[in-house]
Design a protein around this ligand. Structure first.
Ligand code: SAH
Length: 367
């Protein structure tokens, strides 16, 4: 956030509220009511928090922005993946995806408008980075999802009459993955602050192990995270087992090549005792052949980790293709037989362009 921009309600840590209230001449005990209003009742404006006297609501409204991101479009696929295109106050657009699975909602959130890392098959990087998102805008994406989920699960009067004692679960995603637009470690402070707010018991209260940061391999970010003593999950987008291939797919590899990246991941594991998940997007013929699996096994053999295979979601501007299911399954099988904890991500939400940045790209191009 630039110094001149207003404070954002969703960008403040729960512990910041008491001192802020004092500064504004509001009795500090009101902080609890504010937090309940924001994160239990999902207030969308100060005037909705009616536990606060009108004059206090007015003071808050004058100093702290509480305004939902504008929902520009909502697209749902046949398999109920929902993609939201959201508008920021300066007119920039960001996207977030909701993926229901096994009774839980996973939300994929963005940290930047655009991205500077220009991975070959990622739509977010095609126009470079426009700006970082504030912590309030990152949390705001989850608040938008909560509002949507609340509207979808609003218990009918009949439900409430039939089950008077039943508590309806607060509408919130069970998992957050920082895998939308942007490179999280290129906006480290705002991203970590947002995750702390999402994680905080008086915030959205999502368990740290259900919050996953994904990086294209920004080594200083991995090192910084390993010193924080936080329990968030870390994914590293590897996508290729050799520098020759990774240089072509992820330009970041020229700055931080594979050997350094893997050494940093080892240090991360030694320091935190937490397993890193390596993301590996499978691209037909390019990195999905048995020789690639063998190289990957060799590369990761001394590092306790998990591997997540993602069949490519085709994007305009990159002529790679998604491998057929048999090739993906055989790659998976080879890694499992070599003893790696490996999953193959079912691709979902194809009709809604659920790969990062695709929806924003379409709207920029005016399709
Ligand atoms: N910048 C971070 C987070 C955003 S991308 C990172 O690179 O990890 C989240 C994941 O989606 C990354 O693993 C990325 O490489 C992958 N991805 C991007 N575009 C994709 C596509 N078209 N098909 C499959 N995976 C893609």
């Amino acid at each position: 956030m630039t110094p001149s921009s207003p404070l954002e309600a969703w960008g403040l840590l729960p512990d910041e509220w008491k001192p802020l209230c004092t500064e504004l001449g509001i009795p500090p005990y009101r902080a609890t009511q504010i937090l309940t209003g924001l994160y239990q009742n999902f207030a969308q404006s100060w005037q909705e928090i009616t536990t606060l006297p009108k004059e206090l609501r007015d003071i808050l409204a004058a100093h702290i922005l509480l305004q939902p991101l504008e929902v520009v479009t909502t697209q749902a696929s046949e398999d109920h993946v929902t993609k939201l295109l959201l508008g920021c106050t300066d007119g920039e657009r960001i996207e977030t995806v909701l993926i229901p699975s096994k009774g839980r909602m996973t939300q994929c959130i963005s940290t930047q408008v655009g991205c500077n890392f220009k991975c070959a098959f990622c739509a977010s990087g095609q126009y470079g980075r426009v700006r970082n998102l504030t912590a309030g805008e990152i949390v705001g994406q989850v608040m938008a999802a909560c509002a949507l989920m609340r509207n979808a699960q609003q218990p009918s009067e009949q439900d409430t009459a039939n089950q008077p004692g039943k508590k309806f679960e607060l509408p919130r995603p069970g998992n957050i993955v920082v895998m939308g637009m942007g490179e999280p470690f290129d906006n480290y402070d705002n991203m970590i602050k947002a995750l702390k707010i999402l994680n905080h018991q008086k915030g959205i209260n999502i368990g740290a192990r259900h919050l996953t940061i994904s990086t294209c391999g920004v080594i200083p970010g991995i090192q910084r995270l390993s010193d924080e003593g936080l329990q968030f999950e870390l994914s590293v987008s590897l996508h290729a087992p050799t520098d020759e291939l990774r240089n072509k797919l992820l330009p970041v590899n020229k700055r931080w090549p594979i050997a350094e990246l893997i050494a940093t991941c080892k240090q991360y594991f030694e320091k935190t005792n937490r397993l890193i998940t390596f993301e590996y997007t499978l691209i037909k013929k390019l990195n999905d052949q048995p020789e690639h699996a063998a190289q990957l096994i060799q590369l990761l053999r001394q590092l306790p980790c998990k591997i997540n295979l993602i069949p490519l979601s085709p994007v305009e501007g990159f002529d790679g293709e998604r491998p057929d299911d048999r090739t993906s399954l055989s790659f998976l099988d080879t890694l499992i037989k070599a003893g790696f904890n490996t999953t193959l991500r079912k691709s979902r939400g194809k009709e809604v362009d659920a790969a990062c940045g695709q929806l924003r790209l379409r709207t920029i191009k005016g399709e």
